[in-house]
Design a protein around this ligand. Structure first.
Ligand code: SF4
Length: 269
């Protein structure tokens, strides 16, 4: 039977919002992986937090779970621990995972939980109509910072790299084909996969012009197993913004470690 990932829910994102491009890319990725027998649709579980990104759960005919604000990650970790055969994919926003739930993010990366996290990074709390997040740039003027944001933003990629994530990548929502490639690589990765998707909020923080001439894709075959090189790329202050896979290494996952301990305990009885 042909896979139909559409639902009857009306799309309520602003017309032209790049969230729709993320949805298109993700549906294509799942359709491809299922048709290639690499995944079963019934074995996919998606979790979302609170924010504009979270509406994606209404538009996907898959198993989905809507968590509290900033809390998709503990839900994902619990699902994966309970049934390691499931493919657990989370959608979250920069406000959701870097302002609200950053502690979950850091510890999931540190544990190398075998879950995939796709961040809709629009550098603003968009659902609540334009407040600064931890990723909004210094000087950002929004409803919570009318005089301009005072603090420097966090660097999302350096945080997850130093916390221990084993797959770290960045893409741009407007590049649907590029985003599909990154999503497929993240899903194929065994361990904690983090994808920062630059997703301008065209209503409350339209950064499309800002990014237009800054984005570039890393060359094919760039080294992906060198943490220092990855950190250099994501912290480089040369005015350009690289896209691609910065880091992709193999390491025991939390669920594998848990399984090994359970075997040892059962043998010792
Ligand atoms: Fe998209 Fe921004 Fe509208 Fe939310 S407020 S749907 S992020 S354009």
């Amino acid at each position: 039977m042909e896979l139909n990932l559409q639902t009857t829910s009306k799309i309520t994102w602003c017309p032209g919002c790049p969230n729709s491009q993320i949805l298109v890319a993700f549906r294509k990725v799942v359709t491809d992986l299922v048709s290639e027998n690499k995944l079963k649709a019934e074995n996919i579980v998606c979790a979302v937090g609170i924010g504009c990104h979270g509406k994606i759960s209404d538009y996907l005919n898959l198993n989905t779970f809507t968590a509290l604000h900033g809390r998709p990650i503990p839900v994902m970790s619990g699902i994966k621990m309970a049934n390691p055969d499931l493919c657990v994919i989370g959608f979250s926003g920069d406000g959701d995972s870097f302002s609200e739930g950053i502690e979950h993010l850091i510890h999931a990366a540190r544990r190398n939980s075998d879950i995939k996290l796709l961040i809709h990074d629009n550098q603003v709390f968009a659902l609540t109509t334009g407040q600064a997040t931890a990723l909004s740039p210094k000087g950002f003027k929004g409803k919570s910072t009318p005089g301009g944001k005072i603090e420097e933003p966090l660097n999302p990629l350096s945080i997850v790299l130093t916390a221990g994530a084993t797959f770290v990548a960045r893409t741009y929502a407007g590049d649907i084909v590029g985003t599909e490639k990154i999503m497929k690589a993240a899903i194929a990765h065994k361990g904690f996969a983090f994808v920062d998707i630059i997703q301008p909020c065209i209503t409350f923080f339209d950064t499309r012009d800002y990014f237009k001439d800054k984005l570039y894709w890393l060359a094919e075959g760039n080294p992906r197993n060198d943490l220092n090189e990855a950190l250099n790329l994501v912290t480089n202050d040369d005015g350009r913004v690289p896209l691609g896979i910065f880091y992709d290494v193999s390491k025991e996952t939390f669920e594998e470690g848990l399984g090994n301990i359970q075997i040892q305990i059962s043998k010792s009885k």
